[in-house]
Design a binder for this molecule. Sequence first.
Ligand code: HEC
Length: 154
Amino acid sequence: MKKYLIIMMFLLSQAPAVAADWRVTGNSQKKIDNLVKIMPSASGSMLQMGERYRNVFWAALQENWLFAEYQAKKMQEQVNVLMVSNPELKPASEQFLQKGMNQLIPAIQSKNWTEFKNAFMQMRQACNECHEQNKLGFITLREKPAKGISPVLH
Ligand code: HEC
């Protein structure tokens, strides 16, 4: 028993000090450096884009037009974040917003499946184009994506 107590006391004495919290004690430079390091990654943004791509399609198919519009707006917001976090993708992102997204929201607002489908196909093409430009031609989006996991969809 005494032996264990000694071992424990030894281990405790070796415990590292609690790491300083840069958010509290760091100087401004340290804070900026850390914020840059934890900027959202392009692949993180893209996982969201992929999820919303599925949601917008299925929301429209189920005529939940307000949810579809919400998804499309979140996609625009995500691309706006991408332009800041990954400036090398800024020109392609601007092109995408123009060619891929501009027509999607009015098409959703028209509540017309055919109009939506045309705009969706145009967006899909613009997504795939950016992937090709970045040597990611194998990331090809399906015309009819699998249903999104959003609990709003039925
Ligand atoms: C401006 C360029 C650009 C546009 C536009 C774009 N992507 Fe991407 N996408 C990328 C890049 C770059 C990657 C690879 C990211 C990485 O690996 O760091 C990627 C990867 C992906 C992936 C794979 C993510 C993973 O890690 O499994 C998916 C899914 C995806 N994109 C979906 C979409 C969808 C859906 C759209 C359109 C609605 C879209 N992308 C539009 C640049 C773009």
